[in-house]
Design a protein around this ligand. Structure first.
Ligand code: RIB
Ligand code: CA
Length: 311
């Protein structure tokens, strides 16, 4: 099993990604760290606990990270994930004593304890990762790989015409991480906007009457019905695809590209810039990263449904 830490802002698609990791049979989820993004930090942290309670995995520690971006105001997703951040599904919050240390200390401790063994999957604004990187400059040598859901390369953004939500949510943090030589695989909207779960796909989840499948059905039904997703004919599985890439990179095809982030232009703020050569805005980039530009859509959607509905 591949040891993994999930860093995110649950959020409906984060919740599905966490369940996919737990039920994958490939990933050994060792911790969840939360960051403010889709919802404020406290709600994201409670939602992570609700998912672990639902999946009977309260043995996995949850640690809260940064409550706001490095330098800017917090931007949340508003109604896209519902008032509770989980599509109004009203999952119970477990009674847990606060045994967790903070996200940064927990992640650093686990990674230093087993250097080179952890995969970190980051599916929210990259504030926690930027803070960890500032405390642990050799973070890149201590993690096996870092899969990041974020960015928009050859497609429009989803929070502005130029920017994707996780990058836009903390562009300074994203710039620090993407300019680095960390072992990054970037999973941008170019692939996640293709992995659309349709109402027909969702009916296959409805037919399975387990508590996890029922939660997934209700949360994804809400997510499909938000206006911006209705127009797509279904809901994009952004974060589940990032976990899918950590499980089996053959779901995607990647290119090695330098990646930087715009932080000094109000119109294109959060835009991800890429190139084969580190020239111009890319000359500050320490190394290329694997950028996912193609995905085997139906094979991934099949895998997602089969894994979420498995006993
Ligand atoms: O742009 C999609 C990303 O922003 C996903 O991770 C979603 O959960 C939000 O965090
Ligand atoms: Ca997310």
């Amino acid at each position: 099993m591949k040891k993994m830490i999930y860093d995110g802002d649950p959020g409906i698609d984060d919740a599905m990604a966490i369940i996919l990791a737990i039920k994958s049979g490939v990933l050994d989820l060792k911790a969840i760290t939360t960051v403010a993004g889709n919802v404020p930090l406290e709600k994201a942290t409670k939602n992570a606990l609700k998912i672990l309670n639902l999946t009977k995995r309260l043995d996995i520690p949850v640690a809260a990270g940064m409550p706001s971006p490095l330098v800017r105001e917090l931007l949340t997703s508003g109604p896209i994930h519902g008032e509770d951040g989980l599509g109004g599904t009203k999952l119970p919050l477990p009674i847990t004593e606060d045994k967790c240390i903070g996200a940064l200390d927990l992640t650093i401790a686990k990674i230093l304890n087993r250097p080179g063994e952890f995969t970190v999957v980051a599916c929210g604004p990259l504030t926690n990762l930027a803070e960890i990187y500032s405390k642990l400059p050799d973070f890149g040598e201590k993690v096996n790989d870092l899969v990041i859901m974020g960015g928009a390369i050859n497609v429009p953004g989803n929070v502005s015409p130029h920017a994707e939500f996780n990058i836009y949510g903390d562009p300074e943090a994203a710039q620090i991480i993407l300019q680095s030589d960390l072992p990054i695989t970037l999973v941008p909207l170019d692939v996640t906007m293709k992995t659309i779960l349709t109402p027909d796909d969702l009916e296959q989840i409805y037919e399975v009457r387990t508590p996890v499948a029922e939660f997934a059905y209700n949360a994804l039904k809400y997510y499909q019905n938000v206006p911006k997703h209705k127009k797509l004919g279904g809901c994009p599985l952004h974060d589940p695809l990032a976990v899918g890439v950590a499980i089996d990179e053959s779901f995607v095809k990647t290119r090695e590209l330098y990646v930087n982030v715009v932080t000094d232009n109000i119109i294109t703020l959060g835009k991800t810039l890429v190139g084969e050569e580190n020239r111009g805005e890319l000359e500050v980039c320490a190394s290329k990263h694997k950028v996912c530009l193609e995905v085997d859509v139906r094979r991934f959607i099949r895998f997602f449904i089969d894994t979420i509905t498995a006993d």
